[in-house]
Unconditional design. Structure first.
Length: 151
């Protein structure tokens, strides 16, 4: 292994371990957003209690499935940062970026499958509301709009 590779790998390994340990200890893990996500959709779509409970299960499962991938994504982003700092060759940056892209693709696939399960719970009227655009913030794969303030 070259001296430059060793200079890159040691700080990367230490940083990756520290960040991963810190993130794993956060309440709710990397995400912890499932309940809030479902509550916002519940208001917007008038979900029944049964729909809410099923949706919470779907998105909690998504949190669990994506947690290890989120850790790996963080590690790859840190590896890219370290590669820049240490003047890594293009091939190494390409390799790290490719790994990051593959991990991101896996997360997007899992999120889309969860959205499909959630969508299957909805009535035709709820599906129409779900598909409406919200200024780029909601709709398929996104967060519902915040509830308007009460008068």
């Amino acid at each position: 292994m070259s001296h430059q590779a060793q200079r890159l790998l040691l700080p990367l390994a230490v940083l990756g371990i520290a960040v991963t340990a810190g993130l794993a200890q956060r309440p709710g893990g990397f995400r912890g957003w499932a309940r809030e996500f479902v509550e916002r959709w519940a208001v917007h779509l008038s979900l029944t209690e049964s729909q809410k409970q099923q949706a919470i299960t779907i998105y909690k499962n998504l949190e669990e499935e994506t947690r290890p991938l989120e850790r790996k994504i963080m590690e790859q982003r840190l590896a890219l940062r370290e590669a820049v700092k240490h003047g890594a060759p293009d091939w190494q940056i390409d390799q790290i970026a490719g790994a990051l892209g593959a991990l991101t693709g896996q997360v997007v696939a899992l999120e889309t499958k969860a959205d499909a399960k959630f969508y299957s719970l909805l009535t035709p009227e709820q599906r129409e509301k779900w598909a409406m655009p919200f200024g780029g913030r909601g709709g398929p794969g996104g967060w519902p709009p915040k509830s308007p303030p009460s008068p």
